[in-house]
Write a protein that binds this ligand. Structure first.
Ligand SMILES: Nc1ncnc2c1ncn2[C@@H]1O[C@H](COP(=O)(O)OP(=O)(O)OP(=O)(O)O)[C@@H](O)[C@H]1O
Ligand SMILES: [Mg+2]
Length: 352
């Protein structure tokens, strides 16, 4: 029994009072009626009154200590839970035998929770700082370009036919890039705040893949990249948001073209039946991704140094969007790659 336990305090006090009473009783009997000490009745009376005193003192202290502790911790309890003390709580406190231990546990538990929350907020703060740092870094290049072209045009370039049209065209390219960054950022923010609404329908993933390939045909043609589909012999019905999945395929196939080789580039799209899911794989024979970079390519704004050298157009947002979309479908995406050989992105979709 711990001394800070109200029961222990009450027992200690009751024992002390009873002991004092017995001593006083015996002492006074010794002085006033020494002859009575030899009789049996006096000890019976001592036992009875001592017992009653012990019980009375015990309950008195128990009640007072409980009430005192309750009045002290009610405030703590109320501030922890930010609720009004309800009758139930009061009953719980006053009737509970280990009132302090319980509150100690609750406060420790509350402290742990708060600590975790602080850690989470710190992480969010880091993430926010990173995010803002990344955004300003990404926006700077096109903004400075626009500023440079516009200044040159204003300072006389407008009348110089050798540069005026070209500088306006470059300005347009930079502004388009700015718009795309802002659009992607808007999308990412929406995805990261869990506001994505999925319009799940039943559709044939092979058909959507073909449509995406057709849409990117021109781009692939410019880089002499062949995009092939391992055409399945029957429809592959999946249950997912068709437009979001289209975006996933577009971003991955676009990467395979953007980071494809100069000559003989090939991208292949294959489908695998995995019981409950369909696995879609996009394989290319492009520049590849270093093993160290592999776990990071889904982070927003992350670009590999190889990727930067190959294309200056990337924003490092495409795969972050892809990952969010797949995860919102409670499906998985993975990547494997060998530098100089090629890369495979694979994601699953629920069969319909
Ligand atoms: N198929 C691939 N082969 C080689 N590297 C790739 C491939 N796909 C992605 N990467 C690397 O991963 C990085 C992140 O790709 P992600 O699609 O997120 O951004 P991005 O292509 O640079 O820009 P964007 O936001 O316009 O898509 C790329 O910059 C590139 O370094
Ligand atoms: Mg990309």
């Amino acid at each position: 029994m711990k001394v800070h336990d109200p029961r222990a305090i009450a027992i200690l006090n009751a024992t002390a009072v009873t002991a004092a009473y017995i001593i006083l009783f015996l002492f006074s009997s010794c002085i006033l009626h020494p002859e009575s000490l030899g009789g049996f009745a006096i000890y019976c009376m001592l036992l009875l009154t001592g017992g009653l005193l012990f019980a009375g003192t015990y309950f008195f202290f128990r009640f007072t200590v409980d009430k005192f502790i309750y009045s002290k911790i009610r405030l703590i309890y109320k501030s922890i839970y930010s609720i009004k003390a309800q009758k139930m709580d009061r009953h719980r406190f006053t009737s509970n035998r280990n009132i302090l231990e319980n509150v100690e546990q609750e406060v420790a538990h509350w402290g742990d929770e708060k600590q975790k929350e602080i850690e989470r907020l710190k992480q969010l703060e880091e993430y926010r700082k990173d995010f803002i740092g990344n955004i300003s870094h990404e926006l700077k290049t096109p903004l400075f370009n626009v500023q440079g072209y516009v200044s040159t045009l204003l300072e006389g370039g407008l009348d110089d036919p050798s540069i005026n049209k070209e500088y306006l065209r470059r300005t347009e390219v930079s502004v388009e890039r700015l718009i795309r960054i802002v659009e992607d950022l808007g999308e990412i923010t929406q995805l990261e705040s869990g506001q994505m609404y999925l319009n799940k329908v039943r559709f044939d993933i092979a058909v959507v893949s073909r449509e995406v390939v057709e849409m990117l045909e021109m781009k692939a043609g410019e880089k002499n990249i062949q995009v092939l589909i391992n055409q399945p012999d029957k429809p592959l019905w999946v249950h997912a948001d068709r437009e979001k999945v289209r975006q996933v395929l577009t971003n991955i196939i676009d990467n395979s073209i953007r980071y494809g080789p100069e000559q003989g580039g090939r991208t292949k799209i294959s489908f695998f039946d995995m019981d409950e899911n369909i696995l879609v794989e996009v394989t290319d024979n492009g520049i590849g991704i270093d093993q160290d970079d592999l776990p990071r390519v889904f982070e927003r704004f992350y670009r590999t140094s190889r990727g930067r050298e190959t294309s200056s157009k990337g924003k490092g947002l495409g795969l972050a969007i892809v990952k969010h979309i797949i995860e919102a479908h409670q499906q998985t995406i993975n990547v494997r790659s060998t530098v100089g050989v090629g890369t495979t992105f694979g994601f699953t979709l629920r069969k319909a």
